[in-house]
Design a protein around this ligand. Structure first.
Ligand SMILES: Nc1ncnc2c1ncn2[C@@H]1O[C@H](COP(=O)(O)OP(=O)(O)O)[C@@H](O)[C@H]1O
Ligand SMILES: [Mg+2]
Length: 255
């Protein structure tokens, strides 16, 4: 019953989102996109392990994130939050069901799907020790196939937006943990994705860093992007979420 409610709540059509706003309170200045840009989980199931040790982590989970929506998913350690985000990012295939971004599928439409997704994974991985902050941003925007002019502008904005301008030429292995987290977040936003996936993004951030993350999410929502934020319940967050859900027993419930 809860699952159906969650699905129904998230089932606003893109046209409705364009006409009156997915949340009724955030309007981007960008014109309405021509195509559907809703991130959808369709009855997603995922288990790990073999034989008698096989354990279901996600059980037929459905969710929709229309443009302009901010969704928080809480849950205890091991609830399946990271699994859900890795599936949304196209890094892990579900056993059953699928994730789509409008008409795009993470495997069938690999490039276009990944251009539109930003993902900050939990922990401290994903940086190249010897690459500078600027080189990371340059590399990411190149992979996203942004034009040279867009790249220069986006990199400048990310450096300023995450307080990294004075560290632009510093190697990643010479950054503090919090500075590394700012860079990892900057990489999730720099290519102006449609959907940003955040896994415990507060990790090591100071108050300024948290405010910068809040501002980046605000900018994303103002241009009709969407954010999916996963972390344990109860943390103070710098974002006013449209929906707060709880992941438990492989399903989403109202928090
Ligand atoms: N690659 C994997 N192989 C086996 N088990 C895994 C794997 N990834 C996650 N799990 C298990 O799935 C469950 C959910 O993990 P995870 O999605 O990381 O939870 P959360 O992010 O909510 O803490 C845990 O019990 C974890 O041990
Ligand atoms: Mg996790």
């Amino acid at each position: 019953m809860h699952r159906a409610a969650v699905r129904a709540e998230g089932a606003a059509s893109v046209q409705a989102a364009c006409d009156e706003g997915a949340t009724g309170r955030r309007r981007g200045s960008r014109s309405c996109p021509e195509q559907d840009q809703t991130l959808r989980f369709h009855e997603v199931s995922r288990s790990f392990g073999r034989g008698s040790r096989r354990r279901a982590v996600l059980c037929g989970l459905s969710l929709e994130l229309p443009p302009g929506s901010a969704v928080y998913i809480g849950g205890s350690n091991g609830a399946g939050k990271t699994t859900l985000l890795r599936i949304a990012a196209g890094m892990l295939a579900p056993d059953e069901g699928e994730v789509t971004l409008g008409p795009l599928h993470p495997r069938r439409d690999w490039l276009r799907f990944h251009q539109r997704i930003g993902f900050a994974s939990a922990g401290d991985r994903g940086l190249y020790a010897r690459l500078s902050v600027r080189a990371h941003l340059d590399f990411w925007t190149a992979i996203a196939l942004m034009s040279a002019r867009e790249r220069a502008r986006a990199i400048r904005a990310a450096l300023i937006g995450f307080g990294l301008a004075h560290l632009a030429d510093r190697r990643a292995d010479r950054l503090s943990q919090g500075q590394r987290q700012r860079l990892r977040l900057a990489l999730a936003f720099v290519h102006k994705p449609q959907v940003v996936l955040l896994d415990e993004p507060r990790n090591s951030l100071d108050e300024d860093g948290l405010a910068m993350l809040g501002a980046a999410v605000g900018e994303l929502l103002s241009r009709s992007g969407a954010v999916l934020w996963c972390a344990p319940l109860g943390e103070r967050q710098p974002v006013d979420f449209d929906r707060t859900l709880r992941l438990e027993d492989g399903r989403l419930w109202p928090a």
